[in-house]
Design a protein around this ligand. Structure first.
Ligand code: COI
Length: 365
C-alpha cells in the first residue's frame, strides 16, 4: 500500500557539500555521469507495509548486507531523465510521468513493488530543488537524473525480495559520447543477443545492460562506440543499441524504426521524435527493419540517415556500421539533415527556446 503518494520529502542537508568553487569546476565541463550532486532522494519498501521514509539525504555510500538479493540475482530497475536550465533560470524536466510509468512496468517485470508515479516525480522534484545549483547552464548540458530501485533483503534463496530501496541520484552532464553529436560507428553484434521473446528486453533493468558489456568490449576493440543488436529469433532484423533506440531515414523521405514489441525499450525520446516527425508530415512507420535493408541501403544510397536516440544521447547520427566481415558508411558519413533538424527542435523544446506545444515540460524549480 502506498500512502500519501507524492507527499513531501523531508530534507537532511549534507553537512559537507561541495564548495561553490568545486561545484562550478564540475559544471564548467561536465562529462557524462562522473560527478554527483550533494544529495539523493530515497524511499524504502517493506512487504506488507508499503513505501515509507520519503527523504532527501546527503549523497553517499549505501550500506548493504552482503547477502542483499540485488547483489546475487540482479533484482533491480532504473530510469534516466534530465533537468534542463532555461535562460530565465527556471529548471524543467521532460515527460517525467512517462518515465515513472515505464519504471512501474519495469518493476512489475522484475517482481519489484510499483512506486506510485507521483512519488517518483516528487522524489525527482525534491532532489532537484535541494540541488538546484547543480543544474548546469552551458550549451547541451543538463542534470541527468537516475532513479533506481533494488532488492535489499539479505536472503540468498531465490524469490522476490521483501525489502526494497528506491533512490534518485543526479549528475551534471554534457554529451553522452565524448565526440559530442559527431557521427558514431556502430558494431553489428551477431554472437550475442540483448533480448528474446518473453525476456526482459522491454524492462529498464540492470541485467540487460550487464549482458551487453561483453559485446560493448568487442565493439570498442573494433573501433566502434556502440552495439547494434539483432532480433534473437531470426538474427535478421535490427532491434536497438542496448542503451538507445534506432531510426532509419530513407532517400524517399520516409522514416522507419523497429516496433516496441517486447524486446525493445519503449524510449521516451523515441516516442517524442515519432511525434515531432508526424507533426512535420514525415511518413514514419514502426515496422521490422532488416539489417540487409540497412546495409544494402547504405551501399545504394537508399538509406539517407541513421540515428540513435535516447535520453542520454538525445539524437546521435550513426556514420558507419561495422561487422566481422563488412563495413558500410551511411551517406557521406556526416550528420544527416533530418537528424540534426529534429534534434534541434527537440532540444529547443527541452531548453525552453520554442513553445512546448505538446505540454511535455514539467517545472521543477
Ligand atoms: C538513457 O538514455 O537515459 C539511458 O538509459 C542510456 C544509458 C545511459 C543507460
Amino acid at each position: 500500500m502506498s500512502t500519501g503518494a507524492g507527499g513531501t520529502f523531508s530534507v537532511e542537508p549534507n553537512p559537507n557539500p561541495c564548495t561553490d568553487a568545486e561545484r562550478e569546476a564540475e559544471l564548467a565541463h561536465p562529462a557524462f555521469g562522473m560527478a554527483f550532486t550533494d544529495h539523493m532522494s530515497r524511499l524504502t519498501w517493506r512487504a506488507g507495509e508499503g513505501w515509507s521514509g520519503r527523504r532527501v539525504v546527503p549523497y553517499g555510500p549505501i550500506q548493504l548486507d552482503p547477502a542483499a538479493a540485488v547483489l546475487h540475482y540482479a533484482q533491480e530497475v532504473f530510469e534516466g531523465l534530465k533537468a534542463y536550465r532555461h535562460t530565465d533560470g527556471s529548471v524543467w524536466t521532460f515527460r517525467p510521468f512517462a518515465n515513472a510509468e515505464r519504471f512501474s512496468r519495469s518493476a512489475r517485470r522484475m517482481a519489484l513493488p510499483e512506486l506510485d508515479p507521483r512519488d517518483f516525480v516528487a522524489a525527482v522534484e525534491s532532489l532537484v530543488r535541494v540541488d538546484r545549483a547543480w543544474v548546469p547552464g552551458g550549451v547541451d548540458t543538463s542534470l541527468y537524473l537516475r532513479p533506481f530501485m533494488f532488492a535489499t533483503e539479505p536472503f540468498v534463496g531465490v524469490r522476490p525480495s521483501r525489502m526494497v530501496e528506491f533512490y534518485v541520484i543526479a549528475s551534471p552532464v554534457g554529451s553522452y559520447f565524448a565526440g559530442g553529436v559527431a557521427p558514431v560507428c556502430i558494431w553489428v553484434e551477431r554472437e550475442t543477443h540483448r533480448a528474446g521473446p518473453g525476456g526482459t528486453g522491454a524492462a529498464k533493468c540492470g541485467g540487460n545492460y550487464a549482458g551487453a558489456m561483453a559485446a560493448l568490449e568487442t565493439a570498442y576493440a573494433h573501433g566502434c562506440e556502440q552495439v547494434l543488436y539483432l532480433d534473437a529469433v531470426t538474427g535478421t532484423d535490427v532491434e536497438e543499441l542496448g542503451g538507445m533506440n534506432i531510426m532509419a531515414v530513407f532517400d524517399d523521405g520516409t522514416v522507419a524504426t523497429p516496433p516496441t514489441s517486447g524486446t525493445i525499450l519503449e524510449g521516451v525520446t523515441r516516442s517524442a521524435i515519432l511525434q515531432l516527425l508526424a507533426d512535420r508530415d514525415v511518413a514514419v512507420v514502426e515496422r521490422p527493419v532488416s539489417l540487409a535493408e540497412v546495409v544494402e541501403g547504405a551501399k545504394s544510397g537508399h538509406l539517407a540517415e541513421l540515428f540513435a536516440c535516447g535520453t542520454a544521447a538525445v539524437m546521435t547520427p550513426v556514420g558507419s556500421l561495422r561487422g566481422p566481415d563488412f563495413e558500410v558508411t551511411v551517406a557521406d558519413g556526416g550528420p544527416g539533415e533530418l537528424t540534426m533538424s529534429v534534434r534541434g527542435e527537440l532540444t529547443d523544446i527541452q531548453y525552453g527556446r520554442v513553445p512546448d506545444r505538446h505540454d511535455w515540460l514539467h517545472r521543477l524549480v
